[in-house]
Design a protein around this ligand. Sequence first.
Ligand code: SF4
Length: 341
Amino acid sequence: MQVLKAQDMGMCFGVRDALTKTQTISNPVQVTVFGQLVHNPVVRERLAARGFGMLEESQRGHLPDSTHVLVTAHGISEKTRTALLAAGKQLIDTTCPLVKKAHAAAQRLQEQGCHVIVIGTPGHVEVNGIVEDLTSFTIAENPAAVQTYPFTKLGILCQTTTPTAVAAAVRAKVAELNPQAHIQFIDTVCQPTKDRQTALEELLSQVQAMVVVGGHNSNNTRRLVDRCRQRGIPAYHVQCAAELQPQWFEGVQIVGLTAGTSTLPETIDAVYHALSTITRSPMVQPLVSPPACRWRKKINPRSQARYAATALEPPFQQTAPRDSGGPTVRNCLPYCVKYLQ
Ligand code: SF4
């Protein structure tokens, strides 16, 4: 049983720099974080514990009471920046430079007279920050969202965490449905995202299941999970080690591990160690698998019904006598009867 780590995973430089900047702030009670600094609940809890004020992403339209506002790695629109400055707020800007590059690309396309198509997740803060400064735009999350647009010039860019395959598919669909238009494409998918996607592709050909670590609201983490499932590999999205469930790994000999760009290194380490512990347990490596076990017997209908409420297969109960030379009840207990007690 092995746990294979992706060559590239976890925290990117944009998130790391944003976190480093918060550590230099001497009086956090005067600062409101304008949304989630990064989509990571552990980071959020630590910032709150230090006294930072927090504004939910859905409340970004409101002005915080604090004198200082910390702009997150996802960035904000120029409109919002102007409103905050006009209200006398001092900004601590942790916008990732690669997000700024996406903003600049959108503005360039707009100045050239294009209707701007942003490939990304509608409602995501990064996408909101880009489109709030545009007058003519469409957000397309996937090829199915693409339409024929009544414009002769179309400009396409991407949310920084878009899978490159999705970007290529949307771009092709725009061209197919808009043969009348002159189309420009600016690739604004960031390099750390590309590196993590490439590393995942390499890993997927070697594993039977994947664990993806990251915030449940982290777009790039969810994209990694989606990709695993598209390739037919069971993928489990966890925020921390405590969310791992041993029964996910029954029969799995090689499990892969990757993480989104906002995941802390210590969280990845904790998941890795928990995973290593799980994969050494009899739950995952039964001495005899239930279908092959000659001591098995069919469980009674009442227990079967209870078993059906779990993800475990198959519905057999281990009954090897202690002196039979077969697997002991202790060995098989977690595997076969844990959910029947
Ligand atoms: S995922 Fe990319 S764009 Fe976002 S913070 Fe990290 S490096 Fe920057």
